[in-house]
Write a protein of this length. Sequence first.
Length: 347
Amino acid sequence: MLAFFVATAVACVLGGCAASPPPFYAAAVSGSLVNVYGPEASAETPQAPAQAPPPSETFALRPLPGADGATLQALARSERTAPLRYRVIVIPGSGCAGMGPIADRYFAGLLHAQVLVLHKPGVDPQARTAPADCARDFVQQDRLSTWLAHARAALVADAQQREREGAPALPQLLVGISEGAELLPALAPEVPQLAGLVVLASSGLDPQEAGALQAQRLEAQADWEELGRVVAGRRPDSAVAQGRSLGYWRDLWNWPLTLPLVQSPWPLVQVWGSDDALVPAPAYERFAEMAAVRTVPYCARRIDGADHGLQRLVAGGAGADGVQQVWAWTEQWAREPAAGLCAPLLR
């Protein structure tokens, strides 16, 4: 959750800005993603023409029902290489841009997996809208409790459709990118044959605690505390503070994540970058200490030199893509599932 807020909302408090925070979710927040995925990874850069991958490797639009009659515009892709071994369900990070422009390359390393990427209601998967330009309606409806209700309904519908169609009973991984990780514990029971949770660029701490740590890193504790007083005040949920509705902030302030993750009965993989500007290293380290008591496998891997998008610069200024390393680990697991989801990270 820090991914959307910290170093962005606090920075706005310090600077007195009224616009919404800079790009949030992992596919947009990291400028270095442009080095790996091309200009379309940036909402501020005109999209450059790219050679289209073979049709079998591309994502297609797959609408799914959300809560209260809403529709989620999900993206789906079949396996790139036979045999089909597993399935990956992705909950992206925050903001109102979609993953469509970069999805083929972002998930390229998932060779033997079907992939389903959910988007919040009102988000066009092909949109490259900057967070400051999110529509007013989106800002008003965007809050964790609402997103959870929609995502849960979509996953239930997905499972029902697969059962009706006689789809193979594949092991499935539930992946949360940045803010998307906040939803994983509550969504996990809706995923049949769930083999594990994969958390990318999320500390695992409750958002309020992680936010306090980031405010401390920025020496902005007073501004964080002031936002807390606004959240606890009497202004309506529809009021906007720092580009978000107070309903959004109130959900964040009371959202549990640490205990549900620690107590979850599924294997947990967590990957983060040592140079993450949006989530402080002590937040990751604190969660690792708490997760040490888990009775099911937990493994964390820090990618040295990587930023919030798991990207890092190497010699010559070229980019190294930590996301593809994560997919390489899941591919290794899929070939030897009996060894456990954490086995590839521990070798």
